[in-house]
Design a protein around this ligand. Structure first.
Ligand SMILES: [Zn+2]
Length: 291
C-alpha cells in the first residue's frame, strides 16, 4: 500500500522553480550512523527512478541554490533523514514519539513494533520535496519489504506540518495491524487522528474538526456511500486533484461519526463491516449485516 496524504485540495502550491536540477545535485552528506549505508541504499532504491526523471526534465541548473546538507537523527522508535534543519528534524521526531506513545496507551492490543524499520525523510520545503514527489503530495507512506518510508515536508505554506506526520503514522499502524483495508477507512482514520494536539505535554486533543473538510462537505456534491466504499488506489477519487477533496472529506466525516457518535457504539459495527468485506462478502450484504 502506498498512500499520498492529501491536505486541502485548495491549499498546497509547490514552488517548482526551486527544484530545478536539484535531483542531480543532491549531496547526501549523511553523518552519525553506522547503518547509514543500508538506509542510503534503500533510499536510493526508492528514489532512483524519480531522480532520473527529475534529472532529465530539469536540465537548467539554478545557480542560486545552495547545497543541501543531509543529516540523520535516531530516536527510540524512528530513524529520520532529512535536508531540513536538525532542529526541525528533531521536532518531527519528538512529535512522532509523543503521538506513538499516546496511541499506544489508547489502542491497547495494537501492534506497534513493525516487522521492518521505518525511515522518515524530512524535506525542508515543498520545492525540495518536489523531485521525489510527482503527485505533489504533502506527505507519503510507502510500505517496503525491508524498510517502510514516510516522506514529508515541514513547510506547507502556512499549514500545520505535524498533521502529515500523524496522518502517515496512522497508515503505518493500520498497515501493521490490519493489512489491506479500504482506502476510505484508511484515509478517514488517518485524517481523524491527524488533528492530534498535546497541550503542555499532558492534555491530549483528538478528533478535532477540520475546517477545509467541512467547507468541502458544504460545497461539493457528496458521493453515495456505495461509491465511497468502492474507491480503490486506482480510482480517480483517490488520484485526481479535483476529485480527491470530496473523497478525503467524506471519508474523514464518516470515520469521525463512526468513532464518536453514540458513545462509540458504531465502531464495533464498522469493525464487523470491515471483517465481512475482507472475507469477500458483497458490500451491500456486509453493510446490511453490520449496521
Ligand atoms: Zn493518507
Amino acid at each position: 500500500m502506498s498512500c499520498p496524504a492529501f491536505y486541502g485540495h485548495r491549499s498546497i502550491a509547490a514552488n517548482s522553480a526551486g527544484a530545478k536540477s536539484h535531483a542531480a545535485r543532491l549531496d547526501f552528506n549523511l553523518r552519525r550512523s553506522h547503518k547509514m549505508t543500508h538506509i542510503l541504499f534503500n533510499l536510493r532504491k526508492l528514489l532512483f527512478p524519480i531522480l532520473v526523471i527529475g534529472t532529465l526534465v530539469c536540465l537548467t541548473p539554478s545557480p542560486t541554490q545552495a547545497k543541501d546538507t543531509w543529516i540523520s537523527v535516531r530516536t527510540k522508535n524512528f530513524t529520520l533523514v532529512g535536508n531540513a534543519s536538525e532542529k526541525e528534524i528533531r521536532q518531527v521526531a519528538t512529535r512522532l514519539e509523543q503521538f506513538r506513545d499516546v496511541l499506544r496507551r489508547l489502542l491497547k492490543g495494537a501492534k506497534f513494533e513493525t516487522p521492518v524499520p521505518t525511515t522518515v525523510i524530512v524535506f525542508k520545503s515543498m520545492s525540495s520535496y518536489k523531485p521525489f514527489n510527482i503527485g505533489n503530495n504533502a506527505g507519503y507512506f510507502q510500505k517496503g519489504d525491508d524498510v517502510n518510508y514516510i516522506t514529508l515536508s515541514t513547510k506547507l505554506g502556512g499549514q500545520n506540518p505535524y498533521r502529515i506526520i500523524y496522518h502517515e503514522f496512522v497508515h503505518l499502524l493500520v498497515d501493521n495491524n490490519l493489512g489491506n483495508v479500504p482506502p476510505w477507512f484508511n484515509e478517514g482514520l488517518a485524517e481523524y487522528y491527524s488533528t492530534f494536539e498535546i497541550e503542555e505535554d499532558r492534555k491530549v486533543h483528538l478528533g478535532e474538526l477540520i475546517p477545509y473538510h467541512l467547507q468541502t462537505l458544504r460545497e461539493d456534491k457528496l458521493l453515495p456511500l456505495r461509491t465511497l466504499f468502492a474507491v480503490d488506489h486506482y480510482s480517480p477519487y483517490y488520484n485526481e486533484g479535483s476529485k480527491r477533496g470530496v473523497f478525503y472529506a467524506e471519508s474523514w466525516a464518516l470515520v469521525h461519526y463512526l468513532i464518536l457518535s453514540n458513545n462509540g457504539q458504531h465502531f464495533a459495527q464498522l469493525s464487523q463491516f470491515l471483517n465481512l468485506t475482507d472475507e469477500g462478502v458483497a458490500m451491500d450484504q456486509a453493510f446490511k449485516q453490520s449496521f
